[in-house]
Design a protein around this ligand. Structure first.
Ligand code: NAP
Length: 272
């Protein structure tokens, strides 16, 4: 009997997660036998849940809201992108008993935008809305591609300004509140706020868009998100949700665990 390796995603809530389906499809494609489950963890029980999973033979975990910062603290060693993000979404339990932490959200979004959606990031003017954990994870990989400008705008402007101070070392990074936008239009507008989760659209001027803009919502859903609907209503023809980001970040986690890069296209098609 082949040994079946155990993996899981931990979060709260997590029952909606598509990660078990995605990882099973990757595993089938690569002829790897694995078990991948979704484990809902009480807010104060993250450390004990990880320890139990590992003691039962678990090899790796994906971590989602609200545990990414705790996972960062738990990791014994981290990739430079996780270090910079201050958040970990992938844990790997090494043979030597140490825990490796990585953050694949940023590279996942970048591969979706540049690969699946064929939009150039190098030289582009980019607006990122929001200043929470997800945004922190994508700023480093975006700046690595050398956009001509990366502006962060957040409802609470101080949080955007704090991020611009940290990430300004890596490229042309500016910041403001949402109410200061409108003077410039952008090639790519990324909604990294949690507003879509509440059925809302951040309070934004339509002048941030031009004919060529890609309006990208990190959130995904069966229907176009409120942000995508609002962008379309205001003349944007190129809109996307974050399903491709989810599949691409999963592919990078899969690579970290198994050393094989799965083909994401058929998986994304199946989920659509
Ligand atoms: N596709 C993927 O693989 C993937 C991966 C990770 C995250 N995500 C998505 O990314 C989004 C953000 O997640 P997160 O973990 O970064 O959340 P978070 O840390 O809670 O950050 C929330 C951010 O949203 C802003 N915000 C919330 N409600 C708002 C509203 N009504 N209007 C304007 N701004 C609002 C907050 O502004 P204030 O600072 O002013 O409160 C803050 O900047 C979620 O939709 C999540 O589903 C997707």
């Amino acid at each position: 009997m082949p040994v079946i390796s155990k993996y899981a995603v931990m979060g709260n809530p997590v029952s909606h997660s598509l990660s078990p389906r995605i990882h099973q499809m990757f595993a089938q494609q690569c002829d790897i036998a694995l078990e991948y489950s979704a484990i809902e963890v009480a807010e104060d029980a993250f450390l004990s849940a990880v320890t139990q999973f590992r003691d039962e033979g678990g090899k790796g975990l994906n971590i989602t809201v609200p545990f990414k910062q705790q996972a960062w603290q738990l990791a014994d060693h981290r990739s430079s992108r996780a270090e910079l993000a201050g958040a970990v979404n992938t844990l790997k339990f090494d043979e030597e008993e140490s825990i490796y932490g990585d953050n694949t959200d940023g590279i996942g979004m970048l591969r979706d935008i540049t690969g699946n959606l064929a939009k150039q990031v190098g030289g582009a003017k980019i607006l990122v809305i929001g200043a929470g954990g997800a945004v922190r994870g994508v700023l480093g990989p975006l700046l690595e591609m050398q956009p001509s400008l990366l502006h962060i705008a957040n409802r609470t402007s101080a949080k955007a300004r704090d991020l611009a101070v940290v990430f300004g070392k890596f490229g042309p990074c500016t910041a403001s509140g949402l109410d200061e936008l409108g003077g410039v239009s952008y090639d790519i507008v990324i909604n990294g706020t949690a507003a879509s989760l509440q059925g809302e659209v951040p309070d934004l001027p339509v002048k941030i868009f031009n004919h060529e803009t890609l309006a990208y919502d990190m959130m995904y859903s069966k229907e176009p998100t409120p942000f995508m609907r609002w962008a379309s209503e205001n003349g944007v023809t190129h809109c996307s949700d974050g399903l491709g980001m989810l599949v691409e970040q999963a592919a990078e986690s899969f690579y970290i665990w198994h050393g094989i890069k799965p083909d994401t296209k058929p998986v994304l098609q199946a989920l659509r």
